[in-house]
Structures are given as C-alpha cells and as structure tokens.
Design a protein around this ligand. Structure first.
Ligand SMILES: Nc1ncnc2c1ncn2[C@@H]1O[C@H](COP(=O)(O)OP(=O)(O)OP(=O)(O)O)[C@@H](O)[C@H]1O
Ligand SMILES: [Mg+2]
Length: 268
C-alpha cells in the first residue's frame, strides 16, 4: 500500500489545506485544530447553510427538490432531520458532505464555502466527514474489519501509523458496536443489522468532526439502535463533532438537540 508516495493527486496531504478568505487558520483539519470564531465571538458553526436551492434535471426539465434551506449546526450538536419520503432529506445530506455540488445559495461546512468549490476542496471535505448511507455500501470482497479500516485509509496520518495500528483501531470500533466476533466475516455472512453496525463503525472509526447519517438505525433492534446513537453522542461531546441524522426511529429521537422537518423540499 502506498503510504508515502502521494501518487493520489486528490490526497489532501499533497496540497496545503484551503485558507479562509482572511488568511486565517485552515479550517479543514484532520483533528482538533483552531476553531474559527464567528462575528458574535462564539465558535463558528460547523454547518451553515443559507438560501440553498437544488434542482435535478429530469427529462431536460429542472425539477427543484430543495427550496431556500437555512440550517446552522454547531460542534457538539446532534440535529435530526425528518420528513416524508421524497422530501429531499438524502439530497440535503449529500450536499452537506460535498457529495453533490451546490448550485446556488451558500453552504459553509467546517469553515469552507462549498458553492463553486474546487473538486479538491470537496474531496478534502469528504475525507473529514463520516457518512452512513441509507444502503450501507459495504464492499462485498472485504471483511468487516477491512471495511471499517477503509475509514482510516483515507487519512495520511493513519496510513503512516501502518496496517496493524489501523487494524487495532478498526477492531476496537467493531467491539464498541458488539461485533468483535464478526471482524473476519464478509458482508454476505452478516445480518442486515450487523452490516449496518459495520457501516456505523466505518463512519466513526476516524472520529470525524462531521457525521452525516441516513437512517442509521433502521435495521437495528432497540438496544443496538440506542447503543449506536450513544456512540454518536459521545463523538459530539468528546470531539465537538456536528452530527446530522435522518431518522424516523422513535427509539432514538431523544438523542437530538434539535429536530428539523423537511416537507416538499422546505424546512418547516
Ligand atoms: N439523482 C436524482 N435525479 C433526479 N431526481 C432525483 C435524484 N435523486 C433524488 N431525486 C428526487 O429528489 C426528490 C428527493 O429525493 P431524496 O432522495 O432526497 O428524498 P428523501 O427525503 O431522502 O426520501 P426517502 O425518505 O424515501 O429516502 C425525490 O423526488 C427524488 O425522486
Ligand atoms: Mg432518503
């Protein structure tokens, strides 16, 4: 495995982190780092969305699915996003993580404006974020442990620590979700809930400052769901992470600092 050649042109370790317009501290940092202040003197929010619209092209016509979204999330906060099917929850979540380019409005994530951002900036953001997708997206030819290790392999500091350190951290994470004995299973031999817990482990393993989770507990029983969101709370409290979670799961709603509702592409 390449740990020092930096052949990947998008590797954030190749290039200086983006600077804020005023030349202040680089906002996208792997861990900790100085937190910029907002004009009120408090810590700047990790997510600040203003007047965000989004449209998909359908049959040559633009179909608007997000309308004038305004959302602010500070470090340490867990925001739950609810709303009917098709209301735009996944679309919004993918835009917060730089997986989908913003077309208009403003989208400041970890201190960086994503509207018209270069691909390099979006790639760097994606490495800072933990994602849990609606479909768990595990790689079928990798064991549970190796799937979790992928969450570390995008970070040059972890790559430098080497394979055994990454394996130890991945194993620790699997233990936290109750899957220590499934580390060497392939996804096809895992139940739906176990696969979901592997996906949660992969998202949390590098302690991201931004966690975006789409129905992360849908396949989990009550206890596993509660244990998963307890890990989210710990991440928010100990690392000051901002967490946005789409869920309708009544068993976990009380973990939220705030619940926001999306209806027909509008926050209501
Ligand atoms: N790639 C795409 N191209 C065109 N339209 C899309 C695309 N992705 C989503 N849409 C449309 O955008 C709207 C919002 O979809 P989205 O997946 O964000 O909804 P959702 O709130 O996550 O729904 P669910 O609860 O069913 O997951 C839907 O009408 C959907 O058909
Ligand atoms: Mg969705």
């Amino acid at each position: 495995m390449n740990t020092s050649g930096n052949s990947d042109p998008w590797d954030s370790s190749n290039s200086p982190a983006p600077q804020e317009a005023d030349g202040g501290p680089a906002p996208l940092e792997a861990t900790g780092g100085p937190v910029p202040l907002d004009p009120s003197g408090g810590p700047a929010p990790l997510i600040q969305v203003q007047h965000l619209d989004h449209a998909f092209l359908e049959g040559g016509m633009a179909k608007q699915v997000l309308h004038d979204i305004n959302l602010t999330v500070h470090g340490g906060e867990i925001v739950i996003l609810t709303g009917p099917s098709g209301s735009g929850k996944t679309t919004l979540l993918t835009m917060l993580g730089g997986l989908r380019a913003a077309q208009s409005g403003s989208l400041q994530i970890l201190g960086v404006e994503l509207l018209h951002a270069e691909r390099r900036v979006l790639t760097q953001l994606r490495r800072q974020a933990g994602f849990i997708f609606q479909a768990h997206n595990l790689l079928p030819y990798l064991t549970a442990l190796a799937n979790v290790r992928l969450g570390l392999e995008v970070h040059s500091n972890w790559l430098q620590l080497g394979r055994s350190a990454m394996d130890a951290r991945a194993a620790e994470m699997l233990t936290q979700v109750g899957l220590a004995d499934r580390a060497y299973y392939y996804p096809e031999k895992l139940s739906g809930g176990q696969k979901q817990r592997v996906a949660i482990s992969r998202a949390l393993v590098a302690s991201p400052r931004l966690l975006l989770a789409d129905e992360p507990t849908a396949a989990l029983d009550r206890d596993s769901g509660r244990e998963a969101v307890a890990l989210f709370r710990e991440l928010a409290n100990s690392k000051g992470a901002a967490i946005v979670m789409v869920t309708h799961d009544n068993k976990v709603l009380d973990i939220a600092d705030r619940i926001v509702n999306l209806d027909g592409g509008r926050l209501v």
